[in-house]
Design a protein around this ligand. Structure first.
Ligand SMILES: Nc1ncnc2c1ncn2[C@@H]1O[C@H](COP(=O)(O)OP(=O)(O)OP(=O)(O)O)[C@@H](O)[C@H]1O
Ligand SMILES: [Mg+2]
Length: 169
């Protein structure tokens, strides 16, 4: 049997995309034939950026990278993974603090869909402390996030902050 092309799904809320996410996506794109960044709709009732905008930002950042795609999904991750015909779920691990939750999720997803394998990747050290939540907090309080998010995201955050919209609804 010839090895089928390997499709990976990288799910998350990406509210917003950070350089930590970008790091994991690029590693995934090197390891697998294609990677779909799957933006979870409705995980949080009041996201900073609506799902469409989170999706647009990811597409903008990866427009030059043909094996990176972005889509929205809702409901059970394994249903989405099955529907796309993916065999891998990519997740990032920053620190031991991510481990317990991630392991539970990976094992639950395996219980629900034995065919999909969760693959964990570590980001470059300089991104191990970066989370979307911290980025939102820093920006809301007027701090700079240069180098921690892609320039496109930084621009969008700055515009929101100037409009007084970085406080979460
Ligand atoms: N800096 C990072 N380095 C490596 N992996 C990361 C990083 N930030 C997030 N991830 C991973 O990306 C996946 C999607 O995470 P998610 O969208 O929740 O991002 P987040 O930064 O944790 O956001 P939030 O702070 O809102 O929870 C998870 O597996 C998460 O562990
Ligand atoms: Mg998180």
């Amino acid at each position: 049997m010839s090895r089928a092309s390997r499709l990976a799904v990288y799910p998350g809320s990406f509210d917003p995309l950070t350089n930590g996410h970008v790091d994991i996506i690029l590693r995934g794109a090197r390891l697998f034939d294609r990677i779909i960044v799957a933006v979870l709709v409705n995980a949080d009732k009041a996201p900073l950026f609506p799902a469409e905008e989170r999706l647009d930002l990811i597409r903008e950042v990866f427009k030059g990278q043909s094996n990176v795609e972005a889509e929205m999904f809702g409901g059970l991750l394994v249903d989405y993974v099955r529907q796309r015909g993916a065999s891998v779920i990519v997740r990032g691990l920053r620190a031991v603090s991510d481990f317990e939750y991630e392991m539970q999720m990976a094992l639950m997803n395996r219980h629900l869909l034995a065919d999909a394998e969760t693959v964990f990747m570590m980001p470059a050290e300089q991104y191990t402390y970066v989370s979307s939540r911290l980025i939102r907090e820093v920006v809301a309080l007027g701090g700079t996030v240069t180098g921690l998010v892609p320039p496109e995201v930084e621009g969008r955050l700055a515009a929101r902050h100037a409009a007084g919209k970085t406080r979460r609804r």
